[in-house]
Design a binder for this molecule. Structure first.
Ligand code: UDP
Ligand code: MG
Length: 150
């Protein structure tokens, strides 16, 4: 069993639209393990660090406005290949390119309102988890793991 972790975040539109539970449910049902969860109104300073690699993009100012337009739900999910699998569960960045069955493919249309974030690599996940959860995350043993992993 793997202790790989990813940072998944429900963006302000997802919170506003009442999709927090739906997004959590998909990760829970898949068998991933919750390690941290936080409801937070982020500021532009935090989001500039989170999206530092996009700082020169034309859509960056709009992205910061979007991401500070309301609270977000940040989570850490743990499990085998959870980074790559989490991205698949979210769908493509542009929701219109997202397959039905993915979160974006089922619930949204525009790239600037695409509901959720997921780390794109194990390295990004480590950075994002330290940024959003500087206090650390809960390490816990789940008895159910014996029914999920062979
Ligand atoms: N984004 C946007 N316009 C674009 C590309 C990205 O508004 O043309 C936003 C969108 O919300 C996306 C976020 O910026 O989720 C981060 O972009 P990235 O390329 O990292 O996509 P992601 O990793 O979220 O799929
Ligand atoms: Mg990204």
């Amino acid at each position: 069993m793997s202790a790989e972790r990813t940072y998944i975040m429900v963006k302000p539109d997802g919170v506003e639209r009442g999709l927090v539970g739906e997004i959590i449910k998909r990760f829970e049902s898949r068998g991933f393990k919750l390690a941290a969860l936080k409801f937070v109104q982020a500021d532009k300073e935090l989001l500039s660090k989170h999206y530092a690699d996009l700082a020169t993009k034309p859509f960056f100012p709009g992205l910061l406005d979007y991401m500070t337009s309301g609270p977000v739900v940040g989570m850490v999910w743990e499990g085998k290949e959870v980074v790559k699998t989490g991205r698949k569960m979210l769908g493509a960045t542009n929701p219109l390119d997202s397959a039905p069955g993915t979160i974006r493919g089922d619930y949204c249309i525009d790239v600037g309102k695409n509901l959720c974030h997921g780390s794109d690599s194990v390295e990004s996940a480590d950075k994002e988890i330290s940024l959003w959860f500087p206090e650390g995350v809960v390490g816990w043993e789940r008895k159910l793991d014996a029914q999920i992993y062979e």
